[in-house]
Design a protein around this ligand. Sequence first.
Ligand code: CMC
Length: 392
Amino acid sequence: TGAITYDPGYKNSGVCKSDITFLDGEEGILRYRGYSIEDLADKADFLEVSYLVIFGELPTKEQLADFETNIRKYTLVNEEMKNIIDGFPKTAHPMGVLSALTSALTAFNPKVVNVENEKEMYEAICKTMGKFLVLATWTYRKSMGFPLNYYDNTIGYVDNFMQLMFKLPTGPYAINPTVVAALDKLFILHADHEQNCSTSTVRMVGSSHAGLFASISAGVSALWGPLHGGANQAVLEMLEAIQKDGGDADKYLAKAKDKNDEFRLMGFGHRVYKNFDPRAKIIKKAADEVLAELGVNDPILAIAKKLEESALVDPYFVERKLYPNVDFYSGIIYRALGIPTDMFTVLFAIGRLPGWIAQWKEMRVNKEPIGRPRQIYTGHPLRDFVKFEDRK
Ligand code: CMC
């Protein structure tokens, strides 16, 4: 088998070849299928970008219409799924519920496990795009004790996210286009990010041929952690804590630098970016615009800006090349849009879904081998067994 390379955290291991996302961490460049993230966030919508990420090309009008129609077709979820949702306490974290529900989908859609041809692949992809969105919003409805809403076939995918989340059983519900435009942009910015923790998890689980829903469910669990997607919730909680504590950003900066303190500046630093995260730049600008358009004056934005300003000139952060990442400003927008804090990571998951699907598809189409890293054994050499009665 030859010498094993020791690379904890896979910091230097390329585990696959991929055509999906180009990322240059030194220069702060991100592209999906060759298109710059700046162009896509500005000129395309989320379903177009999802199509691009998954299938490799920007869709024609016909392709996009067909994609949308097929997603819509599969947004109904088996009614028995509601029994599973009802089994959770209201206090359950939405990411835990979403992971469980996504995995449970396999029971009701066994065909999605073994896709045998292109038609079945397309169907599995559209099913995942449709059902995942609905289930993601149901985690919130459940936590609020609200009745569950269904997909509205007369409006778009992101508009549906809003009505699925917030429409009440009676009375009119108007969708604010500013909110939808902001969410669309945020979803696009999250759509893929090459071999991050959740995506490599999706590929790893999928490499055993476990099936699309099971692989995505594992991706949701991986995303949940505060070092990954859970950082968006953690950032907002950190900013709120700073505000409650008198608004002294420098005090928290000092804590983040203190090696005896576990505290890290959430939303800062990245495994690959050693420069500005290009997504953070776009989101920071969008945060200013969205808050202005909605007439929201959030003092937490000022705290975030102060933290960023101080960190960017602080030798600790400069030497380690720690810059704001995608999660630093996204929570401020979500909050302005009325999204509850514990749903932030669920929104990340909705945005990342096309990336997970695309990477799973690529892995299957390329017939990649099962993921199975090696280790350096550091335990005992062979020992004599000690009988139970002789153990001290
Ligand atoms: N605050 C304070 N110090 C930090 C931070 C931070 N946020 N991030 C890294 N460092 C320090 C770290 O202590 C280490 O210092 P030293 O060299 O003295 O030991 C050095 O910078 C390198 O950090 P690392 O932990 O070895 O780097 P990593 O590539 O293993 O971790 C990271 C990357 C994103 C997990 C980390 O930067 C972090 O914990 N950031 C905060 C959480 C966060 O914002 N996560 C979101 C990531 S972006 C989107 C996503 O994936 O969801």
